[in-house]
Write a protein that binds this ligand. Structure first.
Ligand code: ADP
Length: 633
């Protein structure tokens, strides 16, 4: 180490990730090569793209390549590329810190992981990339020179708490990752072992991977390099000639995942817009799924040239869990993010991409129901956003067929098609209730009248559900109706007699309703008699266009000034408590007891829907008072 090389501490998370990764992956060491080759390939892609607008970055005749060579005497293995390289600052940022949302959560979970398999799974979801070098090396050196700069730097670490960076020399731009392989992993210094790994893991890489020929493997000879992979873009090949494992390995490279995908779809579109696409459905969500800026998504290529990672203009946000490649023949090579927005070509491509993505999910649903279930658990919450944001109605209806909800029909999730198949005679709509938990919804007073008719109710407990169903409106010609809304009409017609009886009853209970209004004052928007309830005395319903209370709470967390929706208190005139209260009110309109009961009933309605009571001390006092009365009479 020279004078100039100062010890620099790793960000605390890096040391921890390093330690845990090395401990969890001891039986999967060989993946380090795939990770480092992937990084090299990405660096070549980046430079090829940058050179489109900055041709001065590339010397005439530069051929992009990745080279892998071992020196058994020095016990070093070097993975070298002539790609973008890194500046001193980039070395520090990329190899000394982890810029990954969810790192803390990942570490906590990994520490708690019971066995190696679950640890692996977590690491797969997180992606450790470069740090996997320490699976086989006890010291790693990175010599890198950024394209456009004359100065190279050497980064060194022995995987302890720190690393160093010092000036170095390198003939051209690019990066050498030099692994000082630990004695017990000497197998990774042998040519045949390395070749085997490259063909198994990295055959699909679009750049040439070169190794010294067998004759020049000996480090004492001048190496002659030969290409060991096929090096043509996988998505341009004929799907019939590609084995499933090759797709899996390609996905792992692309998605920075260690687990194979659950499905893939490889397609070519001819016609006015020509492009090839390869889409994958990951098995598990990454740690940053809800971080929309996450960088590994669908990549855009133009005529085989990498243009950008995570091209959001090609894939709607509700499909952001997909990974893949789109390679257009028609977009210009110098296309920029700005140009992609609102571009006609892009819109046409996007439509086809969505079409293929939905087909892939539909096939999973019909052909592998168990795997579809797992898919739904992982990504359902995201796909549901599509009910709101689909580009047109046909797309929306396709998504509607894929969504699954809990329902009163049983413990299994149900599709809307299955729900419609179970609809009762005379049932006009698809009913749903929204709230924070299944248990709460099942015992909700709002469901009483529906249950009486034996109508099934979808129980929506995911915060995105109210928005999702609001976006759908109807399915198979049936409206989606909230059981919590004020104007819930269940029967088509009411015979004259029932109608008259109801109106009479309404009139009779009106003085009590007025009393409710004056006691509750501005806590509610309205009070009215209702035929919705059978077992409960009261419930709170949402006025038309209003928002469910738990959603309102959530929105208020972001915007404290949001006005509260004043809800409607519905009173069940047939309930014994209300009958008694009516009598008392008729006899003595001003009695304190009636006011107390009304306040208690209001709090009861809040508790029944899972909302907090506004004045817990007052509630406890009134309840105590009531029990005391009951005990002494
Ligand atoms: P990831 O590839 O998932 O971002 P890594 O830990 O593998 O995570 O790498 C961190 C970063 O270091 C990369 O994003 C890249 O910017 C940089 N990097 C790694 N290897 C190379 C390389 N061979 N050439 C240029 N940059 C590299």
């Amino acid at each position: 180490m020279s004078e100039a090389a100062k010890q620099r501490p790793f960000q605390a998370e890096v040391s921890q990730v390093l330690r845990l990764v090395v401990n969890s992956l001891y039986s999967n060491k060989e993946i380090f090569l795939r990770e480092l080759v992937s990084n090299a390939s990405d660096a070549l892609d980046k430079l090829r793209f940058e050179s489109l607008s900055h041709p001065e970055l590339l010397k005439e005749g530069t051929e992009f390549r990745i080279r892998i060579s071992a020196d058994p005497d020095k016990k070093t293995l070097t993975i070298s590329d002539n790609g973008m390289g890194m500046t001193e600052e980039e070395l520090e940022k990329n190899l000394g810190t982890i810029a990954h949302s969810g790192t803390r959560e990942f570490l906590d979970k990994l520490q708690a992981a019971k066995d190696q398999a679950s640890g692996m799974q977590l690491i797969g979801q997180f992606g450790v990339g470069f740090y996997s070098a320490f699976l086989v090396a006890n010291k790693v050196e990175v010599v890198s020179r950024a394209a456009g700069s004359e100065q190279a730097f050497l980064w060194t670490s022995e995987a302890k708490e720190s690393y160093t960076i010092e000036p170095a020399e390198r003939e051209e731009h690019g990066t050498d990752v030099i692994l000082h392989v630990a004695d017990e992993h000497a197998e990774f210094l042998q040519g045949y072992r390395l070749r085997d790994l490259v063909t198994r893991y990295s055959d699909y890489i679009g750049h040439a991977i070169e190794m010294p020929t067998r004759e020049t493997e000996d480090p004492k000879k001048e190496p002659e390099f030969e290409r060991v992979n096929r090096a043509n873009a996988l998505w341009q090949r004929n799907p019939k000639e590609i084995d499933a494992e090759v797709y899996d390995e390609f996905y792992k490279h692309l998605g920075h995942d260690w687990e194979a995908p659950v499905a893939h779809r490889h397609f070519k579109v001819e016609g006015t817009q020509m492009f090839a696409g390869l889409l994958f459905l990951p098995k598990r969500p990454p740690f940053d799924m809800f971080d929309r800026s996450s960088k590994h998504g669908v990549r855009l290529y133009v005529k085989r040239v990498f243009i950008m990672d995570n091209c959001e203009d090609l894939i709607p946000p509700y499909l952001r869990f997909l990974k893949g490649v789109i390679d257009s023949e028609d977009l210009p090579l110098n296309v920029s993010r700005e140009m992609l927005q609102d571009n006609r070509v892009v819109r046409t491509i996007k439509k086809q991409v969505v079409n293929n993505a939905l087909t892939m999910i539909e096939e999973l649903c019909s052909e592998k129901p168990e795997e579809f279930k797992t898919f739904w658990e992982s990504f359902g919450a995201v796909l549901k956003e599509g009910l709101h944001y689909a580009q047109d109605d046909a797309e929306k209806q396709r998504i509607a067929k894929l969504v699954r909800f809990e329902s009163t029909a049983g413990s299994e999730m149900t599709s809307l098609e299955q729900y419609v198949g179970r609809m009762k005679e005379g049932q006009k709509a698809i009913y749903y209730a929204t709230g924070t938990s299944r248990a709460l919804l099942e015992s909700s007073p709002h469901l009483e009248s529906l249950r009486k008719r034996d109508f099934e109710v979808l129980l929506l407990t995911d915060p995105v559900d109210p928005f999702a169903v609001a976006g759908l409106n109807e399915f198979d010609g049936k409206n989606l109706v909230s059981a919590m809304e004020s104007n819930l009409e269940l029967d088509e017609t009411e015979d004259e007699e029932t109608k008259q009886a109801r109106e009479e009853q309404g009139k009779a209970v009106q003085p009590l309703v007025d009393r409710f209004k004056s006691v509750l004052d501005d806590k509610v928007g309205e009070v009215r008699a209702s035929s919705r309830l059978t077992d409960s005395p009261v419930c709170l319903v949402i006025p038309e266009g209003g928002v469910a209370p738990h959603i309102e709470e959530m929105l208020r967390a972001h915007n404290p000034n949001m006005p509260r929706t004043k809800r409607i208190l519905e009173v069940n005139p047939n309930h014994p408590v209300i009958e008694r209260l009516k009598k008392d009110n008729d006899a003595d309109g001003g009695s304190e007891r009636v006011s107390e009961w009304i306040s208690l009933l209001y709090d009861q309605a809040l508790i029944a829907e899972g909302s907090p009571v506004e004045d817990p001390a007052g509630f406890a006092r009134r309840l105590g008072h009531l029990m005391q009365q009951a005990a002494t009479t």
